[in-house]
Ligand binder design. Structure first.
Ligand code: VAH
Length: 332
């Protein structure tokens, strides 16, 4: 099943969607592990000049198959972490574009992986599940009836991955990621964005208007755990990987109200009001608790961050950053 990473000389790594929520943290983690010059970051827009030293960065629209092949050959790429994509809420604003980017982009990556014998990571999502899926302890194999274009593209992508792995021996690996919470980039148009925005608003204004109901309970994961899961999956021996569509993976599940209560342990004055919008229906179609026993059995997955640890770390990292913004705002 594909070429083991142990038999491949150390080639370079390409990250698509490197300016996104996961991509930006993944580039940092990969450069730390493999060396800055071994990791080529790419996204569809130029990087703003920040004065910091820029390592290899390329503009790439993943729908451009020739542009992708040019990068693979120019940098002698051996592995692609394919993060470029449009998230659930944003996708509902332009479903055709969501399909084009998410499906044709992945198709180009898998075709290239077949031709150049590349290893590939690609993120699926709990969005592949729908209203008929068991909501609690959602099994690895179950009904998948997504109600968003994003979820349809992720389900289609899982079928692609499974096909390319079994038909062509492509070593593509995937995780059905839950909502991801992080502090290094602002939210990017997902239904779980409330679990990130709330921290910025709690620090800046002491209040937040949440776009889902207080009892809305969703599977979530801290970015540190997500990065750990991606790297552990990609380093597992091929024989350990028994799922070539995408693995269920979980860390914590909590409701919006439970998140608010945990933040209030640090910021007692913080208040949250609830104003559900179109994203409520998307959240309601997703599971509340995921069974990830297959990932834990196959390649030893274990999460580290629970809700108290996530809230403490987010506030610790965001307060100085958002605090500075608040000071600047106060001086205006
Ligand atoms: C989204 N953050 O909300 C993504 C993720 C499970 C949610 O797929 O679209």
């Amino acid at each position: 099943m594909g070429q083991s990473t142990n038999t491949r000389t150390m080639k370079t790594i390409l990250v698509t969607g490197s300016r996104g929520q996961i991509g930006s943290d993944l580039v940092v983690a990969l450069r730390k592990r493999y060396g800055a010059t071994q990791v080529i970051a790419s996204d569809r827009q130029a990087m703003p000049y920040t004065g910091a030293k820029l390592f290899a960065y390329e503009i790439l629209d993943v729908r451009d198959s020739q542009g992708l092949q040019d990068l693979i050959e120019r940098y002698d790429i051996g592995t692609i972490y394919h993060l470029a994509g449009i998230l659930s809420a944003k996708g509902e604003g332009n479903p055709q574009l969501c399909w084009d980017v998410n499906v044709n982009g992945l198709f180009n990556v898998l075709e290239a992986a077949k031709f150049y014998q590349l290893q590939v990571f690609w993120p699926s999502s709990i969005a592949v599940f729908g209203s008929d899926t068991p909501k609690f302890n959602t099994p690895q194999t179950t009904i998948k009836d997504p109600s968003t274009m994003y979820g349809i593209t992720k389900l289609t992508g899982e079928l692609f991955c499974n096909y390319y792995a079994h038909r062509f021996g492509v070593d593509v690996r995937s995780l059905r990621l839950p909502g991801i919470i992080s502090y290094s980039t602002p939210p990017g148009g997902g239904t779980t964005d409330f679990a990130v925005e709330i921290f910025y608003q709690a620090i800046k204004d002491g209040s937040y208007t949440c776009f889902v109901r207080p009892e809305t309970r969703l599977p979530m994961m801290y970015m540190s755990d997500a990065i750990k899961a991606i790297l552990e999956l990609m380093q597992a021996e091929p024989a350990a990987i028994t799922v070539r569509s995408s693995y269920n993976i979980a860390a914590v599940s909590f409701s919006a109200a439970e998140l608010v209560a945990e933040i209030q342990k640090h910021l007692p004055e913080f208040t949250c009001r609830y104003q559900p919008d179109f994203r409520q229906a998307i959240a309601d179609s997703w599971p509340s608790v995921i069974d990830d026993s297959q990932a834990r059995a196959d390649w030893g997955w274990r999460h580290s961050y629970d809700l108290p640890a996530i809230v403490a770390d987010m506030l610790e990292h965001l307060s100085p950053q958002v605090g500075r913004d608040t000071e600047v705002l106060a001086k205006k």
